[in-house]
Ligand binder design. Structure first.
Ligand code: ATP
Length: 483
């Protein structure tokens, strides 16, 4: 599994999906850039999410708020006081670690060595101690499991302390009168502070949702596992505003609805599971993670949180601006309108980069092929769901001459307004097919001499490698149907 993960990382780089950021300067830790196919795939995942939220639900609208927000936002949201993780330093190496990451790594190790029960027990104790903020207990747990620093190899630890994960910077150029502002650690607050603006201008009635995608920043201490945990990443969040008392109903609704979104991509349901939170964040009355079985085990890809009225209420207190909604619907209990209240919120929050890694993990396949003569060959194929694949169709004239490129370009011009195509005339056809497999193109079409005679082409299916002869004028329809 570890080899598979390393293979995915190399593949991502070699085929233009993901590069280390500023690579010519040896990269920047936990920051990554997306290459040509990565940028397409990422955009397609984002669009697929955006459409499912704002187009398929009539009661959800989108916004695009700024990364910088008024500094009081983060006091009201609790991030200044609470957005911190217990960390510990190794006195010998001077390396700093997140305590939960050290313990999780230990649990993974136990699991690998066949001690699944031990791993579960360790994680359960960790959850309890984190919930109780029992730092002495956490340190004891580290000692019990003989956790050492991977750099120094020693267990010479400091006490456990809390460190805030927000990045700060200065607004304005003169340091003295500059205000400290933060790079947002989550996109949600841009939605909360715009709650009334959106509700009024889009004339929304409760229950309704506001969706947003955008960058978020966290000064993660242990940043490992490629794009799983980054310092700059993108979130896709939707805050759903509901009548107080109905939040559990909506929490369960979104729990199901989000799982349907994941499986609608054709990713097997058994690769997913729910994980209920034991330790609830300061704003939540219920929370769960949707976990996916990555090559390094089941890990969170998305969170569903019932955030109560914590955020709106707190913004009302800090801003002194009412954050209320007037609900004209009749309450059957009283026969009168529900009236004014601060809505409750159920949110769904997914990391776009983490979803990208999920898709790559699902798609990557090293396949051995038995040929007709009994010999074997192998290929790397990215089985990316067609709906989100970077290129949908590769158009490949068999030769660079005899009018074949001209015919191929006719097809290209016909298809490219409708979906992303790729055109290539160099190299042997087998080699070209393999390259398209490696970037996950679901269909390849070859234009050959027969095309000139009867207007047919060969269409090759990425997953089955089946090739069939179809009329060139049918190609556009065939691809669109698969999308
Ligand atoms: P974790 O426990 O993995 O740090 P979290 O519980 O803090 O995540 P949330 O605050 O619930 O995460 O954020 C919602 C989603 O944002 C996560 O499910 C994840 O997909 C994504 N996310 C959070 N932190 C990062 C990060 N550092 N890099 C990439 N994606 C992230």
């Amino acid at each position: 599994q570890d080899n598979r993960f390393q293979a995915i990382i190399s593949h991502a780089k070699e085929y233009g999906f993901v590069f280390p950021s500023s690579e010519i300067y040896d990269g920047l830790s936990a920051v990554y850039d997306y290459g040509p196919y990565g940028a397409e795939l990422k955009k397609n995942i984002r669009d697929y999410w955006w459409r499912s939220m704002t187009q398929m639900h009539d009661n959800i609208v989108g916004i695009d708020a700024a990364i910088f927000m008024h500094p009081t936002t983060w006091k009201a949201s609790g991030h200044v006081d609470n957005f911190s993780d217990p960390m510990i330093d190794n006195k010998d190496s001077k390396k700093r670690y997140r305590v939960d990451h050290l313990l999780e790594a230990k649990a993974d190790q136990l699991r690998e060595n066949g001690d699944a029960a031990g791993a579960d027990a360790l994680l359960a104790s960790m959850d309890q101690l984190l919930a109780a903020e029992d730092f002495a207990g956490l340190k004891q747990l580290m000692n019990d499991h003989k956790i050492v620093c991977s750099v120094s190899g020693t267990a010479n630890w400091t006490d456990i302390r809390q460190f805030n994960l927000m990045f700060s910077t200065q607004l304005g150029s003169v340091a003295e009168d500059a205000d400290t502002i933060y790079l947002r650690p989550e996109t949600a607050q841009g939605i909360f502070v715009n709650f009334l603006n959106v509700q009024k201008t889009a004339r929304m009635k409760i229950p309704f949702g506001i969706a947003q995608t955008g960058k978020a920043f966290r000064n993660e201490i242990v940043a490992r596992q490629f794009i799983f945990r980054m310092r700059e990443f993108e979130q896709m969040e939707m805050q759903f505003f509901v009548r107080p008392g109905t939040q559990m109903e909506w929490y369960n609704f979104w729990k199901e609805e989000r799982m349907k979104w994941h499986t609608s991509l054709g990713i097997p349901a058994e690769k997913y599971r729910y994980h209920d939170h034991v330790k609830l964040a300061h704003y939540a009355d219920a929370a769960l993670d949707i976990e996916y079985e990555f090559p390094f085990g089941f890990k969170e890809v998305e969170g569903i949180h019932s955030r109560t009225d914590f955020d709106l209420k707190s913004h009302q207190e800090y801003s002194k601006k009412k954050q209320q909604y007037f609900d004209a619907d009749i309450d059957p209990a009283t026969g009168k309108p529900y009236g004014n209240y601060i809505p409750y919120v159920v949110e769904t929050s997914i990391g776009l980069d983490r979803m990208f890694l999920l898709v790559m993990s699902h798609a990557y396949d090293e396949e051995t092929i038995t040929k007709e003569d009994g010999s074997t060959d192998s290929r790397v194929v990215m089985r990316i769901p067609a709906k989100i694949a970077p290129n949908k169709l590769a158009i490949l004239p068999l030769m660079k001459k005899e009018g074949l490129p001209e015919i191929a370009k006719e097809l290209l011009n016909e298809c490219k307004p409708h979906f992303k195509c790729f055109y290539e005339e160099k190299d042997a056809i087998g080699k070209r097919y393999r390259r398209q497999d490696a970037i996950g193109t679901p269909f390849c079409v070859t234009i050959d001499h027969q095309t000139k005679e009867d207007g047919t082409v060969t269409i090759r299916h990425r997953d089955s490698m089946v090739q069939e002869r179809v009329a060139m004028k049918e190609v556009r329809r065939i691809v669109m149907e698969a999308l």
